[in-house]
Design a protein around this ligand. Sequence first.
Ligand code: K7E
Ligand code: CUA
Length: 643
Amino acid sequence: MSASNENEPEGPPPSDESVDDAIETRRSGRRFFLKSTTVLGAAAIVGCGDDASSGAGATTTPSGPTPAAHPSTHIAPGELDTYYGFWSGGQSGEIRILGVPSMRELKRIAVFNRDSATGHGQTDWSKQVLGGRGAGDTHHVHLSYTDGTYDGRYIFVNDKVHGRLARVRIDVMETDAIVDIPHSQGTHGIFPQRHRTGLVLCNSEFRTPIPNDGTNLTDPSQYAAMHTAIDGETMEVKWQVMVEGNMDLCATDYQGKYSFATCYNSEGGVTLEQMMSAERDHLYVFNLANIQRAVDEGRTIRVGRTDVPVIDARGDNSEFVLRVPVPKSPHGVNMDPTGRYAVVSGKLSPTCSVIDVEKLEDAFAGRIQPRDCVVAEPEVGLGPLHTAYDGRGNAYTSIFLDSIVTKWNIAKAIEAYGGADVDPILDRIDVHYQIGHINASMSETREADGKWLVGLCKFSKDRFLNVGPLKPENDQLIDISGDRMELVHDGPTYSEPHDAVIVRADLIHPTSIQNREAARFRLYEQWAQEDGVDLMRESKIIRKGPRSVRVYMTSRAPNFAITEITVKTGDEVQIIVTNQDQVEDLSHGLTVSKHDVQFIVNANDTNSATFTAGAPGVYWYYCPWFCHAMHLEMRGRLIVEPR
Ligand code: K7E
Ligand code: CUA
């Protein structure tokens, strides 16, 4: 926390206006739905644009300074942000790194996408892990933990398109492993364990026939979904628990005893009407010790052609899964920093449900009813989705339909649920517009520090220059260090960043040049050993067969060690480039004209791609990254002879 002290906001002058008055001001300025029991259907979403005309910026900060002048977000040229923000890149299939509080985008990490700049999706290694697939949809980015806080080792992220989990190494900020999750469609919520780098739990959002091999095509009552455990160290699928309902968001506790999944379709419906029909759905609580014991004892089934042990936990509560009834179509589940409370957001109910984790043991033992684990259910607004924390006992819930963030106090909510006459709602602020995820600095750790909150708004409408039918999303930064929330920055972003985590900068320590520890280096070393080549020093053209050529080539600014490569048309050509430069920020790369080959080779790095030599002719290959005054001259000729 000391890392951000120099950035302590001076804050606005205290207002005479009480918080209640301020809330009233905001209510009068716009539609206020809180006490309404009407639950809007999905169609209502499109009707929410009228907020724009209410001059929301003015009504939400009646006494605050203008955002541009707010001292706390300004990072002067040459100064560094105090937090890393790790953003999911949504349908781009990538991860983005932002500096917080400046909200400057620092980097994109290609994960499930093909990236023309780095060559991810086109280099030999990335093609292998991606299996030829270039579509990805990342929603949830979470870092590995030790003892309840980030340990700076890995980033985990889901892919909803193909049902995958990827891991990024933080030391070099590159994708390290991608795992296909068996029997899973729409892998959505994921969460790593927080006591150590143990399991990463992954939810299937879609129910499917299991196995989905064509034997059941017409009977949805037999569909099921999987809660899957992947070992965060080995990236192996350890076990799966099969449940009847679909699963949305995921969370873990701080002790390593439980994982959680919201289930919005307890009806088992396949149409919108069917999925929305029940008043109550569930929070699934998975008992990890009981599951592991059953796996160890072989009380599992095999499904389809995989070796993964599966526990069939469909139907009633059991030692494996407890179903805590919560209203209605719940979405987010977020554990508070004390580790005591899991907050489930109602989505189609204006409430959040607070689950006391300490009561779960009694519920699993049948001493209390599952519903008795709910200790508060505050009304927070219409369409609550996700909740973040400030480490001071307060929760911040994103309210999609109302386009607000509601700040509420957990202890007061519990008192109110017990009958006391207290209002747990502390503050509300307009956001622009239709907020999805929300996260606060260190909110998903024991070290939640209550400085910054980001609200990831799905629509920006009028907040930025019009750039056509697809407008940016709006990632808004809110100062939560005081009693009142202050909106301090609008951050346009591309392609739906569903979720983000904000991590103290002192916890993240990437290298400046490649350390050659990632899994892909074993591949290059294996090839070099086969060919008797010293990867770091030697350059060599080797004909491997009648139709295949392998090239080892080093680079050092501004030269490739080989400037002429002669092959025959139709040859399969593999070029392995090793960058001998050990200079920070000095990247080279390789582009082969007209052959769809382009990849980066960072300082002290190796990378490779394989392609088929085209029609006879001369093709320049060149370094695509500006590396030297003679960068444009850093090139050579691929000479393709007729066969
Ligand atoms: Cu709420 Cu995919 Cu986390 Cu989007 S999910 S908002
Ligand atoms: Cu090397 Cu440009």
